[in-house]
Design a protein around this ligand. Sequence first.
Ligand SMILES: Nc1ncnc2c1ncn2[C@@H]1O[C@H](COP(=O)(O)OS(=O)(=O)O)[C@@H](OP(=O)(O)O)[C@H]1O
Length: 360
Amino acid sequence: MDCTAAGCLPTYIVLGAGKTGTSSLYGYLSGHPSILPAVQKQVHYYKYSYSSGQKWYRAQFPPASSFSESASPPVIATGEAAPGYLPYPYAAARIRADYPSLSVKLITSVRHPLERAFSSYKYTYLPGASGKKSGYVVPFATFLSAELDFLESDCLSPGGLAELAAGGEAYGGPAEIRPRHNVVQGCYELPSASAAKAKRAGPGGQWAGIKAEHPDAILNAGAEYLTAALVGRGLYSYQLSWYAGAFPKDSLYVICSEGLREDPAWEMERLGSWMGIEAGWGDWGEIVKVGAFNVGGGGEGYTKVTEWEKAGQVGLHDVAEMGLGEELMARVREVVRAERARLNEMREQGLFWGEDCGWE
Ligand SMILES: Nc1ncnc2c1ncn2[C@@H]1O[C@H](COP(=O)(O)OS(=O)(=O)O)[C@@H](OP(=O)(O)O)[C@H]1O
């Protein structure tokens, strides 16, 4: 471990994309006797608090005296999970700069992009969840359709916003790991010259048609960073490619959130052994019995645990409830198929550990 008088750097970091099961992942890891939690799940250092400095960051984790390789069981790991790291290439560059020996273990969970999008949408816009602003509540299908148009025409097209925003100030990292696509920032967030160049208003360009038709549409309710890119955040492969470029192949572990729902003990055993946690040191089966974290979102939902019996089909929504017509559903499936194929291609190149998530 990298410890100084100021404290220890985490041995693992969960790179969240938002709404992909990271609260459970962090909750289970923190439940193991060989892994100590941070002072809070969402330290957010590499996104919001980098200017606080590394001394501050080290103080977010237990001191060196808390770890011992000779204890029984050994206590050898600590870490944090943040929903906002994966989509931002500057987070990859910052993490790399903080770990010159590239020794940190990077874990991310990916979830069926449609389920992820609906979870974000519900969390922010549905009555009760949003309730923050009054106005026209844009149906999920309308958001999706507008975003798919935008992805095709402006964002992912050759020379589009995602490419234009790769590198440059938004990134700020070394040239050799410069991303080829910066989807979330480039297409949804930067009020940049690149957006103007592509003749979009940006940010919010994906909503141009919705704004014109419904001037009272609620667009920026609450966690806008989660909802501006309902589909874009689920294009994990583009985001993972920065980490794959910045770290050795065996530093990255990708877990399917569907696996974490269906057989959490097995998933955690596999992940634990990749992290160097030996089988006899703790009982993952017992640890995951606690339930599922952050089901249905809400406030600081990442600390909320729902017993498995009450959680129902965690992370599986009724497609009928989403209100997508056949044509839109077919478009979504095409995007999901392409994303699954890109992830599998990276996996086959040995870029990260994990399995095909089997998304349809
Ligand atoms: N064990 C397990 N396996 C798979 N999926 C799970 C699990 N536990 C929680 N969840 C679902 O993950 C969603 C919350 O994700 P996050 O914790 O990453 O959200 S956040 O971005 O930190 O707010 C949230 O999805 P929704 O309920 O659809 O909102 C959780 O239900």
